[in-house]
Write a protein that binds this ligand. Structure first.
Ligand code: NAP
Length: 493
């Protein structure tokens, strides 16, 4: 081979993929399809599935229509319900992993503890002490991943069983027990109806009520599934219909489109009005903020559950957790055998607690000390050749994260292709581009419902929402092609 042919041949990068939830599985498949085969795929646990592996609480389901919450290249005719249950989604992840040869590629039980950059190379070290040197790192570490235990006085004194929804303790028998659930978010709305069926008494500790959109979980019959198998076009059309509906109705409802917001507001308000008979209880369940300000809960069973005879909605604030239960502001002690913490996640951790260091030893904690910011959700300045999947400003009002990952994956592949063509060794986002992107996000936020005066996991510590404030269509269009002028490209001699 002469020198000229060496220079024009595509280089093959070594890439470390961290995490094998829906995003890591996708990246592994797509990189290999693109001919990038020198991959190290690291997973801290012993199987695939990410959030669908971690969460096993009763009632766990996805509130995005199942036929849309699938990879575009692996539609699934066999979903049992409109909103698939967790175990089924996990099986789907495992099936895709096996079918596309991802599972065999993954190094399981390999938690990454550090990721250090130096001149075009990342050195990734795992807890076991293994190190991998790579040209690129792709963090597929998820958003809602680190359970948040509430900082409530006395929490460690509770003598009964206590666990977070994302760490469900299946050894605890709930039958006939006095159970408390703290929280009334998307997770709690799924957990409470199931726990209520078993509990002797269930106390639901609500700090802030939520708006609920009443969509029933339609079951697909065997005949439906057979039709989808025989006619894949039906499946495609169904997916397109769901995509259209969420893009043009739900996503627009939360990003400043009044007719859509009016529609969903009316649906949620009528749901409360007609589902909850007792006026006093209804008022306790009525949010005082705009529909969509907190993530709209899609659920048809929560209101029925809180009206059961064995369920009490407690709205007096929690003062402390005692050895026997929970004491509320009215002085009552609610005695409990089991306490379930449905209190959400530390969603700003991203790839942390990993020790991640970019140029000149800059740590990710230092880089994000004032504000957690990224360019186009994927890039952090001074952390070259490193991508954060589903980073800040990725979440798009109630849309499928699988679809978002596919778009981000397409974007990353274009960047990698340029590296392969030797157009650079190091790619880093320009500080001005980050500033411009941050301004662009801020400008869009003012029209969204997230600035409607409610508290939610959508807000960063400064109270700024970290979602995409525009339409899905706009995001997809802008993510189609990287704007290369926004990057500083370096070639090492
Ligand atoms: P979340 O929406 O953050 O809700 C946490 C709940 O805990 C809230 O009701 C919160 O009250 C309450 N809470 C937290 N700390 C508390 C304290 N110290 N005292 C009293 N109450 C406290 O968490 P999540 O329900 O786990 O849902 C998080 C996200 O996960 C969802 O928005 C969604 O994106 C995702 N998720 C999705 C699905 C799905 O079907 N796709 C299902 C479950 C979850 P405040 O509202 O007052 O803060």
């Amino acid at each position: 081979m002469n020198n000229a042919s060496v220079d024009t041949a595509l280089r093959s990068p070594k890439v470390v993929i961290i995490g094998t939830g829906v995003t890591g599985i996708l990246m592994t498949i797509k990189l290999r399809e693109a001919g990038i085969t020198d991959l190290v795929v690291l997973e801290k646990k012993d199987c695939l599935g990410g959030t669908w592996r971690e969460n096993t609480y009763p009632g766990l389901a996805c509130d995005i229509p199942a036929h849309m919450y699938t990879y575009s290249f692996e539609l699934n005719p066999n979903w049992s319900h409109l909103f698939a249950y967790g175990a089924e989604i996990r099986e789907y992840c495992e099936m895709v992993g096996r079918k596309y040869g991802v599972t065999d590629k993954v190094q399981f039980n390999e938690e990454v503890v550090s990721s250090i950059y130096d001149k075009g190379k990342w050195t990734v070290t795992t807890r076991k002490g293994n190190t991998y040197v790579a040209d690129f790192v792709i963090n597929c570490t998820g958003i809602l991943h680190h359970p948040a235990r509430p900082q409530i006085k006395g929490i460690d004194t509770f003598k009964g069983a206590m666990f977070h929804t994302a760490e469900w303790d299946h050894s605890v028998d709930l039958q006939g027990k006095r159970i408390g659930v703290i929280g009334t978010g998307s997770t709690a709305a799924q957990v409470i109806p199931e726990v209520a069926k078993q509990a002797g008494k269930l106390s639901v500790f609500q700090r802030t009520p939520q708006w609920i959109l009443p969509l029933a979980n339609k079951e697909f019959s065997e005949a439906d599934k057979a039709k989808f198998r025989e006619h894949p076009n039906r499946l495609r059309r169904l997916r397109l219909a769901y995509e259209w509906a969420i893009q043009n109705l739900l996503t627009k409802a939360v990003t400043g489109h009044q007719p859509q917001n009016f529609l969903f507001s009316a649906m949620c308000k009528l749901n409360l009005r007609f589902s909850v008979k007792d006026k006093k209880l209804r008022e306790k369940l009525r949010p005082d903020y705009k529909v969509g300000c907190k993530r709209i809960i899609i659920n048809k069973t929560f209101y029925d559950a809180v009206q059961r005879d064995n369920v009490e909605l407690v709205t007096d604030g929690i003062v402390e957790i005692t050895p026997k239960g929970i004491r509320t502001k009215d002085g009552r002690e609610h005695e409990l055998d089991v306490l379930v913490l449905s209190t959400g996640f530390h969603n700003f951790n991203f790839m942390r607690p990993m020790d991640m260091r970019g140029k000149d030893g800059l740590t990710i904690d230092e880089a994000w000390s004032k504000k957690i910011r990224t360019y186009r959700s994927l890039f952090m300045p001074n952390f070259p050749n490193n991508f954060l999947m589903l980073g800040p400003h990725t979440p798009i009002g109630n849309y499928s994260v699988i679809a978002m990952s596919e778009v981000q994956c397409g974007y990353i592949l274009q960047i990698l292709q340029r590296w392969r063509e030797r157009k650079f060794d190091e790619i880093d986002v320009q500080p001005e581009a980050l500033e411009r992107f941050s301004r662009y996000m801020k400008e869009g936020m003012s029209q969204t419902v997230w600035v409607g005066g409610c508290q939610s996991w959508y807000l960063d510590p400064d109270g700024d929402p970290v979602l995409w404030p525009y339409t899905w269509q706009r995001w997809e269009k802008e993510m189609k092609t990287p704007e290369m002028q926004d990057f500083k490209l370096t070639t090492f001699a």
